[in-house]
Design a protein around this ligand. Structure first.
Ligand code: S3P
Length: 440
């Protein structure tokens, strides 16, 4: 499906973005690992999470939609061997976290995925799991399909990944639940901690501390059983980023996004938008099921260029594409760095943003770990291009947002994948005054 975004004057209104993808995956996986019934409210019913739901069924859990985003997961206190390969679709989180969860049971699992997921590196998870005692076979370069033979009574692991990745950390923590002793991860930079928060709520013993040598240490005590705790999934700050930036680049806009997860390890984009001079306030802040949530109020106009610290990259790793769009509408030169991981996300997001922004009339220099963007100021981006997304949902949404504020409409090829993380995106945006239509 091709979508076309037409320029509009401004956006206004209030709405709740869909549930958080990271927390949704985790709630299903931990619910399946736990003994008994877990209730999840506000689950993201996007394709990625639905694949994880199907995966947990294949491992023997009962996973049922009760309606209105409310789900019931009944876990057996462990995973049973699936009888067929499991397809994780487009989702690195679903595949990598499940590898960790399955590694500690004496079962064979075959992991498959779509073209994008099959090109993404899995050795970063399979190597540490192998050190713990789980065997695996993968295509060259550690790509899917992967066969993973788990083992009861894994060896505990102390691991210091080179990459700051919540997926690596989470896989090891989930495997560590089945290890004989304490498993520890030393992250080069602290990453999103939803796994730690949820594991604590499900009764696991997790310790965290800052390292004197830099970095962040997280450990789990094994062997451990999980016990169900209710999960309320807040709205996804990575999805809220699209209407938030759309409002910020359109002068005269006023948009309120409700119930958004304000976890500081996910808030890098919002800190950066403030650095750019965006009028962004948090209202109705409260704590909900282990996460801080609040409403984001964004008023449009007057963005200036920004060069966020590289250390902030992991706090906004999924938001770089839409941040690049914000920079295109800012006054001045923005330098985005520290984001080499973008090369191995659902697509090479640096290359696709550079190509797309250039096609829309923005001067941009590609760097190995980011880009330098010559901002055109409000109303200064030409648009009028047809954008290739390589099936990447965040690239598609970023350029549709750009089209709303550009001088000419923007067409996005291959926009179906938006449903992996933001089902109903066009209708959601239309509710705020956007004009995004199917292009025949
Ligand atoms: C995620 C972690 C991030 C992020 C992904 C979701 C998670 O990946 O890009 O969309 O839920 O743990 P990395 O941890 O590999 O950077």
């Amino acid at each position: 499906m091709r979508l076309k975004a037409h320029p509009v004057r401004s956006l206004s209104g209030r709405a709740r973005p869909p549930g958080d993808k990271s927390i949704s995956h985790r709630s299903l996986i931990m619910g399946a690992l736990a003994h008994g019934e877990t209730t999840v409210r506000g689950l993201l019913e996007g394709a990625d999470v639905l694949n994880t739901a199907a995966a947990m069924r294949a491992y023997g859990a009962s996973v049922e939609a009760l309606g209105d985003g409310c789900w019931r997961v009944v876990g057996r206190g462990g995973l049973k061997e699936p009888i067929a390969p499991i397809d994780f679709g487009n989702s690195g989180t679903g595949a990598r976290l499940t590898m960790g969860a399955a590694a500690r049971f004496p079962i064979l699992s075959i992991f498959t995925g779509d073209g994008s997921l099959s090109g993404r590196p899995m050795a970063r998870v399979l190597d540490p799991l192998r050190t713990m005692g789980a065997q695996s076979f993968a295509r060259a370069g550690g790509r899917l399909p992967v066969a993973l033979q788990g083992k009861a009574g894994l060896a505990p692991l102390a691991h210091a990944p080179q990459i700051a990745s919540a997926q690596i950390k989470s896989a090891i923590l989930l495997a560590g639940l089945g290890a004989e002793g304490r498993s520890e991860i030393l992250e080069p930079k602290r990453t999103r901690d939803h796994t730690e928060r949820m594991l604590k709520a499900f009764g696991a013993s997790i310790a965290e501390s800052e390292c004197p040598s830099g970095g962040w240490r997280v450990s789990v005590e094994g062997p451990a059983s999980l016990y169900p705790a209710p999960v309320t999934v807040p709205a996804d700050p990575s999805s809220a980023a699209f209407p938030a930036v759309a409002a910020a680049i359109l002068a005269g806009s006023e948009v309120r996004l409700e119930g958004v997860c304000l976890n500081p390890l996910r808030a890098g984009l919002y800190a950066t938008l403030r650095d750019m001079g965006a009028a962004l306030t948090v209202l109705a802040q409260t704590d909900s099921a282990g996460e801080t949530i609040g409403d984001l109020l964004i008023r449009g106009g007057g963005l200036r260029a920004v060069s966020p610290p590289a250390a902030r990259a992991s706090d906004m790793i999924d938001e770089f594409p839409i941040l690049a769009v914000a920079c295109a509408f800012a006054e001045g030169t923005s330098v985005l760095t520290g984001a080499e991981e973008l090369r191995v996300k659902e697509s090479d997001r640096i290359a696709l943003m550079v190509n797309g922004l250039r096609a829309c009339g923005v001067e941009i220099e590609e760097r190995p770990d980011g880009m330098i963007i010559e901002g055109k100021g409000a109303g200064g981006v030409k648009g009028g291009a047809v954008i290739e997304t390589h099936g990447d949902h965040r690239i598609a949404m970023s350029f549709l947002v750009l089209g709303l504020a550009a001088q000419n409409p923007v067409i996005v090829e291959d926009a179906d994948m938006i449903a992996t993380s933001f089902p109903g995106f066009s209708a959601f945006m239309a509710g705020l005054g956007a004009d995004i239509r199917v292009d025949a």
